[in-house]
Unconditional design. Structure first.
Length: 117
């Protein structure tokens, strides 16, 4: 089992920045990738981006490419999401997830990000 805990959410103004963290515990040695997802009110959950755990290769959705950056600290078993140029359309609950197989097997509880106009 892998446990994930997100932190860093909050209220930020349009154009502002915020950094989310996702701390993993448990069988972290089995993680091969981690990802960020978000779900806005009334919308389906969408993929934001991901990072491979060993190589650190990153992938982003078109909606956040160039504004968001994913990184990880293997020693701390923590993944980060640096979000810049935030706009109200980024308002959502952000979730982190971990893969030990080809699918995302474990999920955090989510952290709210609200961008005010």
């Amino acid at each position: 089992q892998v446990q994930l805990v997100e932190s860093g959410g909050g209220l930020v103004q349009d154009g502002g920045s915020l950094t989310l963290s996702c701390a993993a515990s448990g069988r972290t040695f089995s993680i091969n990738a981690m990802g960020w997802f978000r779900q806005a009110p009334g919308k389906e959950r969408e993929f934001v981006g991901s990072i491979t755990w060993n190589a650190g290769s990153t992938y982003y959705s078109d909606s956040v490419k160039g504004r968001f950056t994913i990184s990880r600290d293997k020693a701390k078993n923590t993944m980060y999401l640096q979000m810049n140029s935030l706009n109200p359309e980024d308002t959502a609950v952000f979730y982190c997830a971990a893969k030990i197989t080809s699918d995302y097997n474990f999920w955090g509880q989510g952290t709210q990000v609200t961008v005010s106009s």
